[in-house]
Design a protein around this ligand. Structure first.
Ligand code: NAD
Length: 403
């Protein structure tokens, strides 16, 4: 799976770079990571493989999350580091691309063991990271508390404060307003720019949303600012809920935790429930994918009825499925731009730390908009000028900046 993700990322880059006229040597150099750190962390007598891939730093320090998941392996980390270099370049922030992870199932560890794992990870990488070298952030199964432990351990190891060494910190730890909702908010900004550019924003449109976690929930919440865009279906790993009159996120009960997690609809009036998979075939104008990678592949691409697909998760449409959807005239707003809101606000958090400032949430949201809107417009313009699909257009812009 992860080897496939790496092959897919590399093949799109090769194709775009070749179209741009770069020679083979330059393209291969772009694909190569600048450094790879592969080590092991011992916790309670168990050894866990750990990784940090530093892919590209031509435009600024490496930037990318740390994942704690049993499935983490070097190919997955390489693929995600490569995609992060493309993402930071595509949106034009002065950061590079990196990614890290530990192959561990954190559900099998105690809190104390997770803290030990996090601290050991930061300590091992201390010589290679820092606010001017490599700035990790949370990703799957890591959060602000874990990042706070890492910052503390890193600062102890180097013997001085360096708040900008990690992003995604808790608010007490020096985090940014607006970070938790940034990816969902960014998805709405990109969708709205696309609809505006095609004169569709003032038409009533229906939306289905797969995945109701951190990203999906905040996407739905920010979408309420656009009454013409009506959310009519939502799914998580257990259900799809459909309500033609519209679904209000405030109408869900929540599981408590650092991020509120919608669980069940309170008011089931006029609501139909169905299997999770049925969200893909929803009869809507816009389908937003905010759950997992490979949600649409060759087995279900033919069932998609929406004309616009938004990739809020990383890689939710496989390459084969993408081709099929594009050939049938559908539009895919690609992950590299559609879910870049998170990394942009991470960059804004780093900027605040470096300047010893703390900005208000409206100020952070405005800066996010000021970065994401021109990046989206550049992608749309390039696609029109060169008759490319939107992913090809975004990759071309990123590759030109990286080379
Ligand atoms: P999350 O764990 O908070 O939420 C995932 C959601 O997907 C949950 O609601 C879960 O129930 C649902 N889900 C799982 N399997 C499903 C299925 N088969 N059908 C329908 N729903 C299903 O994760 P998240 O932080 O919201 O991230 C979602 C995606 O966005 C991931 O691909 C992640 O890599 C990507 N992403 C996240 C961020 C960020 O800032 N959190 C940034 C960029 C990209």
């Amino acid at each position: 799976m992860s080897k496939q993700m790496l092959d897919t990322a590399q093949s799109i880059i090769r194709e775009a770079a070749t179209r741009l006229g770069y020679d083979q040597k330059t393209i291969e150099a772009l694909l190569e990571a600048e450094a790879e750190h592969i080590f092991e962390i011992e916790v309670s007598g168990q050894r866990y493989p750990a990784y940090r891939v530093q892919h590209n730093s031509k435009r600024g320090p490496y930037k990318g999350g740390i994942r704690f998941h049993a499935g983490v392996n070097i190919d997955e980390v390489r693929a995600l580091a490569t995609l992060m270099s493309l993402k930071t370049a595509a949106v034009g922030i002065p950061m590079g691309g990196g990614k890290g992870g530990v192959a561990v199932d954190p559900r099998k560890l105690s809190q104390a063991e997770i803290e030990q794992l996090s601290r050991s990870y930061a300590q091992h990488l201390a010589p290679h990271i820092g606010s001017n070298k490599d700035i990790p952030a949370p990703d799957v199964n890591t959060d602000g508390n874990i990042i706070d432990w890492m910052v503390d351990e890193y600062e102890k190891t180097i013997g001085k404060p360096d708040k900008g060494s990690f992003t995604g910190k808790t608010m007490q730890g020096g985090g940014s307003e607006g970070r938790i909702e940034a990816t969902g908010r960014g998805g709405v900004i990109v969708l709205v720019e696309y609809l505006k550019a095609h004169g569709l924003l003032d038409k009533p449109l229906t939306v289905a949303l797969q995945g109701f976690g951190n990203v999906g929930y905040f996407f739905a919440k920010v979408l309420k600012d656009y009454p013409n865009l009506k959310l009519v279906a939502v799914s998580n790993s257990k259900h799809t809920w459909v309500r033609q009159a519209g679904i209000d996120v405030e109408n869900f009960t929540y599981k408590t935790g650092p991020t509120p997690r919608p669980e069940e609809l309170k008011d089931l009036q006029d609501v139909e429930t169905a299997e999770p998979e049925s969200i893909i075939s929803s009869k809507v104008d816009i389908l937003v994918l905010a759950a997992l990678e490979d949600a649409i592949d060759e087995t279900n691409a033919g069932k998609v009825q929406a004309g616009v697909i938004v990739e809020l998760a990383n890689g939710p449409v496989t390459q084969i499925a993408s081709k099929e959807l594009l050939e049938s005239g559908k539009v895919i707003l690609p992950d590299v731009i559609a879910n870049a809101g998170g990394v942009i606000v991470s960059y804004l958090e780093w900027d605040q730390n470096q300047k010893a400032e703390h900005w208000t949430e409206p100020a952070v949201n405005q800066k996010l908009t000021d970065i994401l809107v021109p990046a989206t417009q550049a992608m749309l313009d390039r696609a029109t000028d060169k008759q490319l699909d939107l992913k090809q257009a975004a990759f071309e812009i990123a590759i030109e900046r990286l080379i």
